[in-house]
Design a protein around this ligand. Structure first.
Ligand SMILES: O=C(O)CCC(=O)C(=O)O
Ligand SMILES: [Fe+2]
Length: 346
């Protein structure tokens, strides 16, 4: 590895490195949500629900347009994040994440495999208070509050982040309604799980990388939450592992669209009807890239298990129930832990 222009901590194992040519796929569904924000017939809604169901089943990934999040709100957080990440390192480190409880700036994340990601991030939570399990000990009932830290610069950063979070939350609830309907469930079947939600928003910056053939912006992973809403800028990078053949497919940036990712908890709730999909981020040597991920996640005390209405003799439950808070506390220590761990061998 003596040839590489990046520190060896960033070098991915051979099998995880991006290929020199990347497949672009037009096939990742693009779904127009305008029906939700205008007068519509039952048939219009039924068509939309069926599109969401098909995309969730076939890809687990889709893009949405006319989603109701004001463009201005998106532009403001993008600009704010550009200004924040352009600050000198020592300024950013003033709001570095402290231990497990105080969120903020991090520049040394490993996503699995113990290889460092080529990125820096800023994390904050949506809800006040956001309570999580203090430890992964099954009998420990202690909870901990996650608190946000805000930089002095740019001065509007807190406001634009909070505003984006509130708008993205509305979209997240609408998507959960559509997903519920597509599974044949009442529209608000999922709402209760999110009353004391532990949603986290992560603003990502991927600087240009001298060795994009060796490093990744985010290593291969699945999101452990319920649903992810992702905004990417116009620089390519996000790659999704196609279910049909395991190929890595580049998600082409679409102006004013959000990328929606069915994550692990919906996989369990739906008893594998909808699957959480592996994805990763490749980097490039010329352009920096920005993205924002809204990780919609239920209350820490949620017992995650296949929904009763969806299991029967023909379709027996595929997962044991697990406690969401304990799971995330354990995952904080052991990155490799994921929901497969709770799979029942039928
Ligand atoms: O930046 C991206 O495009 C995706 C980031 C991601 O997958 C994550 O943070 O979980
Ligand atoms: Fe992800």
């Amino acid at each position: 590895m003596g040839e590489s222009a990046v520190d060896s901590a960033f070098v991915q194992a051979l099998e995880h490195r991006p290929k020199p040519t990347r497949i672009e796929d037009e096939g990742i569904p693009l779904i127009d949500l305008s029906v939700l924000n205008s007068p519509h017939t039952d048939a219009d809604l039924a068509r939309l629900v069926s599109e969401i169901g098909d995309a969730s089943q076939k890809w687990g990934f889709f893009q949405v347009i006319n989603h109701g999040v004001p463009l201005e709100c998106q532009e403001k957080i993008e600009l704010g994040s550009r200004k924040f990440f352009a600050l000198p390192k020592e300024e950013k480190l003033k709001v570095r994440r402290i231990g497990a409880g105080v969120l903020g700036y991090v520049d040394a994340e490993n996503t699995k495999n113990n290889v460092r990601d080529w990125k820096e991030v800023f994390d904050f939570v949506l809800k006040k208070p956001t309570l999580v399990a203090a430890s992964d000990e099954p009998d420990d009932e202690e909870v901990r509050e996650l608190t946000n830290q805000w930089p002095q610069n740019p001065p509007e950063f807190r406001e634009v982040c909070d505003e984006f979070a509130r708008e993205a939350e509305k979209l997240a609830f609408k998507l959960m309604e559509l997903i519920a309907l597509s599974l044949g469930l009442p529209k608000n079947r999922f709402h209760g799980f999110f009353e004391d939600q532990t949603t986290l928003i992560r603003v990502n910056h991927y600087p240009p990388c001298p060795s994009p053939d060796l490093a990744l912006g985010v290593g291969q992973h699945q999101d452990a939450v319920a649903l992810t809403i992702l905004a990417q800028d116009d620089v390519e990078g996000l790659e999704v592992k196609r279910k049909t053949d395991g190929e890595w497919i580049l998600v082409k940036p679409t102006p004013n669209a959000y990328i929606i990712n069915i994550a692990d908890i919906i996989q369990v709730w739906s008893n594998d009807k909808y699957g959480s999909v592996e994805h990763r981020v490749s980097v490039n040597s010329e352009k920096e890239r920005f993205s924002i991920a809204f990780f919609f996640n239920p209350a820490h005390y949620t017992w995650v298990e296949p929904l009763e209405e969806l299991i029967n003799e023909q379709n027996p439950r595929k997962y044991k129930a697990y406690n969401s808070g304990k799971f995330f506390a354990a995952r904080g220590k052991l990155k490799k832990l994921d929901v497969c761990h709770f799979k029942i061998d039928n």
